[in-house]
Design a protein around this ligand. Structure first.
Ligand SMILES: NC(=O)C1=CN([C@@H]2O[C@H](COP(=O)(O)OP(=O)(O)OC[C@H]3O[C@@H](n4cnc5c(N)ncnc54)[C@H](OP(=O)(O)O)[C@@H]3O)[C@@H](O)[C@H]2O)C=CC1
Ligand SMILES: CC(=O)C(=O)O
Ligand SMILES: [Mg+2]
Length: 588
């Protein structure tokens, strides 16, 4: 047990309201952070020097000032030099850039997060375009595949079948008490990489680091959770470094009971307003969990709902480039799972709202292809429930190319999880009847992208408007530079979650997703359009998130689902004021 000082008095961590770990209490809270806010001595409890240096929430490394070194027993524990956060940032970015292997950069970043949290977030916020592909797709995918080998320290909470009957106790083991958002996975569909079992933990950890960096939700309010019910991945089951349960996945009642215990325990421990984001569940569980808990919990499925909202935003923005309304377009999806049907449904809803046509009608402009071909009415008997609404009248078509020729889409969206499926023939066929084909290759990571940016531009003779789930570099084609966009739910969920949290929202409503889409689309500038972009750059993501949060919160107040009263007048300003700042504090 570490010793601690409170106002000069030695106390045991046992007595500390922060429990295990202890640390300098941040009396101003992380949300309304401003640099150089002084913490008065009588309100602060101070860890002994050694403990303080090893507490990632408060450690500043060489940036502890001379006075802090004296006040907090750090003399001798640090070399004499005193640094600034800016200089530390410069050094770490320099060091990161020396690594050739992206996974090594990932490991270095995770080490930083566990050593000095504020510096980690400062880096991520200031260098978002450079670091996003590391802490998020594509590199996080490789990290999950190799999670057992690169595992150093536990991140987040692991809840396995072994914890059945004890989940509430497990939640209480987590040191932070005021959790506002949980991202949870069971690891069965990690990006387009399939079942990675317990090693899927990289995803909730990565998503929550974006909640903080992109959405400004304070890190101590974020809890990553992996539910381990086994894995059907034979390779992992045989891998000596695998960190999860070595058994086949539990299914049926056993699975449902564990998940139900989890959902009840979370609500019991954190209350009605805890946001639970489901992430990378396989579709046979994802739709069911969302349907089962959407009326009793504040739940959000990022793959179904977040993806739908980000794609709809891109489509609304793209109308400026291609003209017409959404109702004028014909949509074809490769992939009819969570992402595909989620997006399709939100497009149909948006068109319905705009045209007053019933959703049953507006769905008819949207077609989906799954692994067996075009989803058509003659297949109805064997289709999963989420595909049923898309089984339109048409003769069976097996291949995507033939579906493209038959449907003549103006918008082609890849949500198959299978790379290289938008072939030259497919893109050329689409380009033959559409002046400006809109091509979204959403599958992650990069290896699973339906086509590359270069392929989309080259095969369409530079006519395609292209965006992808994982980032691609700008492409030079025919002497012109083309800027591919990134159509990724990372644009939506941080701001969406912030909007829910800051308004005390108790349930997610589809209209909030539409509001988020419109807010994101409104952030695309004329300059972006000139570059062929349908999404704004991630460099302005905090501003974007504040606008998304404000629109989501406004919708929540309008629907009577917000519990934070009175409603703040200026919701954008309020969102900004809630955002975590990673600037160091003075602990004096
Ligand atoms: N960019 C973003 O923000 C997001 C991207 N994604 C990505 O989308 C992909 C899919 O995710 P999700 O929808 O959750 O996965 P699902 O497993 O729910 O759906 C995959 C769909 O693709 C179909 N499919 C698989 N292989 C083929 C093939 N060879 N030809 C045609 N269809 C095929 C499946 O068919 P069947 O039903 O017949 O099995 C299924 O309908 C993943 O790569 C994921 O990373 C997901 C969420 C967000
Ligand atoms: C981006 C994301 O959520 C996915 O690929 O699953
Ligand atoms: Mg996902």
């Amino acid at each position: 047990m570490a010793s601690k000082y409170t106002n000069g008095e030695l106390v045991s961590n046992m007595d500390d309201k922060y429990g295990v770990g202890g640390g300098v209490e941040d009396v101003y809270g992380e949300d309304s952070a401003t640099e150089d806010q002084l913490v008065t001595p009588w309100t602060v409890s101070v860890a002994s020097g050694y403990t303080l240096l090893r507490d990632p929430h408060f450690n500043k490394g060489l940036a502890f000032s001379e006075k802090e070194r004296d006040a907090h027993y750090l003399r001798g524990l640090l070399p004499p030099a005193v640094s600034t956060q800016g200089l530390q940032e410069k050094k770490i970015m320099h060091n990161l850039r020396q690594y050739d292997v992206p996974l090594h950069k990932y490991v270095a970043l995770m080490d930083l997060q566990e050593r000095n949290e504020r510096l980690f977030y400062k880096l991520l916020i200031d260098n978002v375009e450079e670091l996003l592909p590391l802490v998020y797709t594509p590199v996080v995918g490789e990290a999950c595949q190799k999670y057992g080998s690169i595992y150093r320290r536990p991140q987040g909470l692991f809840i396995s079948l072994k914890e059945k009957g004890k989940i509430l106790e497990v939640l209480k083991n987590w040191p932070e008490k005021s959790i506002q958002v949980i991202v949870v996975t069971d690891g069965e569909r990690i990006l387009g990489l399939g079942d990675l079992g317990c090693q899927g933990m990289g995803i909730p950890v990565g998503k929550l680091s974006l909640y903080t960096a992109l959405g400004g939700v304070r890190p101590s309010a974020c809890l990553p959770i992996t539910i381990d019910v086994g894995t059907n991945n034979e390779k992992l089951l045989k891998d000596e470094f695998y960190i999860g349960l070595r058994q086949k996945r539990a299914t049926g009642q056993e699975y449902a009971e564990l998940l139900h215990e989890f959902m009840c325990a979370v609500k019991q421990n954190y209350g009605e307003k805890i946001l639970i984001q489901f992430e990378d569940f396989a579709n046979h569980n994802a739709f069911e969990l969302l349907a089962k808990y959407r009326n009793t919990h504040l739940v959000f499925n990022d793959d179904i709902q977040g993806t739908a909202s980000v794609v709809l935003a891109g489509l609304i923005a793209a109308l400026k480039l291609v003209g017409g309304t959404l109702a004028d377009h014909t949509f074809l999806f490769l992939g009819a799972g969570e992402a595909g049907t989620g997006i399709a449904e939100l497009i149909a809803l948006e068109i319905s709202k705009k045209t007053n046509a019933p959703v049953e009608e507006t769905r008819k402009k949207i077609w989906l292809v799954d692994s067996k071909g075009l989803v058509v009415s003659s297949r109805k008997g064997s289709l999963q429930h989420f595909k049923q609404p898309w089984a339109h009248e048409h003769e069976p078509v097996k291949e995507l190319l033939n579906a493209v020729k038959a449907i003549k889409p103006t918008v082609l969206i890849g949500t198959s999880g299978v790379g290289k499926t938008f072939t030259k023939d497919v893109v050329e066929a689409m380009t033959s009847f559409t002046e400006k084909p809109l091509i979204l290759a959403l599958s992650n990571p990069t290896s699973q992208s339906e086509c590359t940016a270069e392929e989309a531009y080259a095969w369409s003779q530079g006519r395609a408007i292209f965006a992808s789930g994982s980032p691609f570099e700008p492409v030079e084609y025919d002497g012109k530079i083309f800027m591919p966009g990134q159509a990724n739910n990372a644009y939506i969920f941080p701001g969406f979650g912030l909007g829910l949290i800051m308004s005390g929202t108790i349930r997610v409503h589809d209209d909030m997703l539409l509001a988020a889409s419109e807010a994101l689309a409104a952030q695309v500038t004329e300059e972006n359009y000139k570059n062929g972009l349908i999404y704004p750059p991630f460099t302005s993501i905090r501003k974007i998130s504040a606008h998304i949060a404000a629109k989501v919160a406004a919708k929540s107040y309008e629907l009577g689902l917000a519990s934070r009263l009175p409603r703040p007048k200026d919701l954008v300003k309020f969102a900004e004021s809630c955002m975590y700042s990673p600037a160091y504090r003075n602990y004096l």
